[in-house]
Design a binder for this molecule. Structure first.
Ligand code: ADP
Length: 186
């Protein structure tokens, strides 16, 4: 099963992603985690990415497309994967379509975790990450609304989009996700 998980910063994607990869035995491809690891290891990509991450902007498409295309070739992705944080722009989505077509594989479903902006501000202000400063939060939400939300339309037109209400307890939300994913699980 190949799943894309889309949602604004603060929607609770990370928490739900952990539960999804455990239950459905999926490789977890979190581009945020990959970039933070690269930054901490001070690799060339990490140093470049940090310039954008620290101000809440998206890293350039070619950088992240390179990272994810290498990752998708790893053997653990063959049985199924959860793409968490990628694609985030239409150019990334088109690049992903190409990569999948080259491998004769396809997406099963695109899950959107939906949470209203006011709630996101509240939640994000209570976290302690370096890019959770109010100005940076604002930039990340702007990036989501301008660059990532067009993907909802992109995948909606392909008939792949399913939206999940992201308000409620962690368990409530996971039950909603299971109702969708159980259909694609082998
Ligand atoms: P969030 O909590 O904002 O969803 P992530 O942990 O997914 O954040 O990503 C953190 C930062 O890493 C983003 O603000 C962005 O700078 C960068 N990033 C992660 N994934 C991508 C991507 N697919 N394209 C561009 N930048 C990305």
């Amino acid at each position: 099963m190949r799943v894309i998980f889309i949602g604004p910063p603060g929607a609770g994607k990370g928490t739900q992603a952990e539960k999804m990869v455990a239950k459905y035995k999926l490789a977890h491809l979190s581009t945020g985690d990959m970039l933070r690891a690269a930054r901490d290891a001070k690799t060339e990509i990490g140093v470049e990415a940090e310039k954008y991450m620290s101000s809440g902007q998206l890293v350039p498409d070619d950088v992240i497309i390179g990272v994810i295309s290498e990752r998708l070739k790893q053997p653990d992705c063959a049985a199924g994967c959860l793409l968490d944080g990628f694609p985030r722009t239409t150019a990334q989505a088109e690049a992903l379509d190409k990569m999948l077509a080259e491998n004769a594989s396809k997406l099963d479903v695109v899950l959107e975790l939906r949470v209203p902006d006011e709630e996101l501000y509240k939640r994000l202000s209570g976290r302690g990450r370096a890019d959770d400063k109010p100005e940076v939060i604002k930039e990340r939400l702007v990036a989501y609304n301008n660059q990532t939300s067009p993907l909802l339309d992109y995948y909606g037109k392909k008939g792949l989009l399913k939206t999940v209400d992201g308000l409620g307890t962690v368990d409530d939300i996971f039950i909603r996700i299971e109702k969708i994913l159980d259909e694609y699980a082998v």
